[in-house]
Ligand binder design. Structure first.
Ligand code: PAF
Length: 284
């Protein structure tokens, strides 16, 4: 039986009796659930006795002019999906419940890492993610928290927050779940027109090609790496996207300086296709 709470106090009261004997996993979401989220729920169930899924379209992580108002809100359908998965608790607070004062004067800033990549075009995005995830951790006090690797930068930032704020939480990164044609599942895919949906999988195809070149070719310098990136950017733009950024970095998101290593790198990409800003990544 899945119970839904909108109040922090009620959720805390429901979780309290479990704490002594059972482990608790949290899966934070903004709802409009798809199989990507469900895969995170399944991971959470393997990791802990009690699973809490939060559903909250967090206003503080949307910038001015972004899709906060149009972001799909589908609590009834989401609740049905989560009940089938045997989720114990859904936490679906209102904005007032999460943020008694809006915007919240208290901030959780992750520093330099939150200004790179997605942070360049969304400069306040990760500040909003920082405060909401911190609040969810404080409210649920989970033993385990599961996030998707599609939002690779988000996961690295949350790892940093857990380390720096001494949370005793095991973080799990769930693999990207893709449609058969390779498109990473995302709630924002529904902004794609029918024609754009046929183009969208090319983004993954392109970064897989880049990953293959990075594996196969001997790369000795940033200049050489940058030339491959620039060619691929051009190819992605030619396919009908507008690249926001395409970067190859170490898996902790630091710049690659050591070209002798065994290439534990990741390709990060964000590209616009019509109204949708698509994110993808590929470990090399
Ligand atoms: O990845 C998301 O859906 C959101 O950024 C998160 C982690 C639920 C915070 O609002």
């Amino acid at each position: 039986m899945t119970a839904t709470f909108t109040s922090i106090l009620d959720l805390r009261s429901a979780l309290e009796p479990h704490r002594a004997q059972k482990t608790i996993a949290l899966v934070p979401t903004m709802g409009n659930l798809h199989q990507g989220h469900i895969s995170l729920v399944k991971l959470a169930k393997q990791q802990a006795d009690i699973v809490v899924v939060s559903i909250f379209v967090n206003p503080t992580q949307f910038g001015v002019g972004e899709d906060l108002d149009s972001y799909p809100r589908t609590l009834d359908a989401d609740s049905k999906l989560l009940a089938v998965e045997g989720v114990d608790y859904i936490f679906a607070p209102t904005v007032e419940e999460m943020y008694p004062v809006m915007p919240p004067p208290t901030q959780v800033l992750a520093g330099e890492i939150s200004q790179k990549f997605c942070g360049q075009s969304r400069p306040t995005h990760f500040d909003g993610v920082g405060i909401v995830v911190t609040k969810l951790f404080n409210i649920v006090q989970p033993d385990v928290a599961v996030f998707g690797k599609k939002d690779y930068q988000q996961l690295v930032i949350i790892k940093q927050i857990v380390r720096d704020l001494s949370y005793d939480i095991k973080l799990i990164g769930g693999p990207i779940i893709r449609a058969e044609d390779g498109l990473a599942l995302s709630s924002r895919n529904q902004y794609l027109s029918e024609n754009e949906r046929t183009i969208a999988p090319l983004l993954n195809k392109h970064i897989r090609q880049l990953a293959a070149s990075l594996r196969d070719e001997k790369i000795n310098s940033q200049t050489q790496l940058q030339a491959l990136i620039d060619n691929m950017k051009e190819a992605i733009n030619q396919s009908g996207f507008r690249v926001d950024y395409l970067e190859v970095v170490n898996q902790d998101l630091t710049q690659i300086n050591d070209f002798t290593d065994d290439k534990a790198w990741v390709i990060l990409v964000a590209a616009w296709l019509g109204k949708a800003r698509l994110l993808d990544n590929q470990e090399v």
